[in-house]
Design a protein around this ligand. Structure first.
Ligand code: FES
Length: 168
């Protein structure tokens, strides 16, 4: 009887040990998933090299949980001195890709060179300015700094302060 009990105890302890080890491994894997990428680790800054973008190309990146649209403007797209960013001699439109109506994510439509919001039909031009439908204002410009042909998101550089002056 005593032998039986101690064998049962051993099996119980062994199982408990395996379960604890499995839990530690699972926690380690989960932490890895939660950890931000190295590129976003430094206080929410992210650096995007714009030099390889083609004219008319839009790329969407994630910054602080939000989509950021970066459009490299082509010569046939109207300039917008109040919103355009010039980096490395090229002109870009950079905006937080959330519709200013109720926060849906608009989609770039190359044929009409517009961002269209499928939720309620809102439209924005290539600079992110609302042109049709319920959106009440242009898409927001995220804080940024220009470093040569690189865009640093998360830092308010002089170019950002010029485009988006602080409200008094
Ligand atoms: S959320 Fe975009 S038009 Fe309503």
């Amino acid at each position: 009887m005593a032998v039986e009990t101690s064998r049962r105890d051993f099996i119980g302890m062994a199982f408990g040990g395996f379960a604890a080890a499995g839990g530690v491994i699972a926690l380690g894997a989960m932490k890895k998933t939660w950890d931000p990428l190295p590129s976003v680790q430094s206080a929410g800054f992210i650096t995007v090299d714009l030099s390889s973008m083609r004219e008319g190309e839009v790329q969407t990146i994630q910054w602080r949980g939000k989509p950021i649209f970066i459009l490299k403007k082509s010569a046939d797209m109207p300039k917008n001195e109040k919103r355009d960013i010039v980096a490395g001699g090229s002109r870009y439109a950079v905006m937080i890709g959330l519709c200013t109506h109720l926060g849906c994510i608009p989609t770039w439509t190359p044929s009409t060179k517009q961002f269209k919001c499928a939720c309620h039909g809102g439209e924005f031009d290539a600079s992110g300015v609302n042109t049709f439908g319920p959106p009440p204002r242009p898409m927001d410009i995220p804080p940024f700094k220009i470093d040569g042909a690189k865009l640093v998101l998360g830092e308010e550089g002089p170019e950002y302060k010029k485009l988006v002056p602080k409200k008094a």
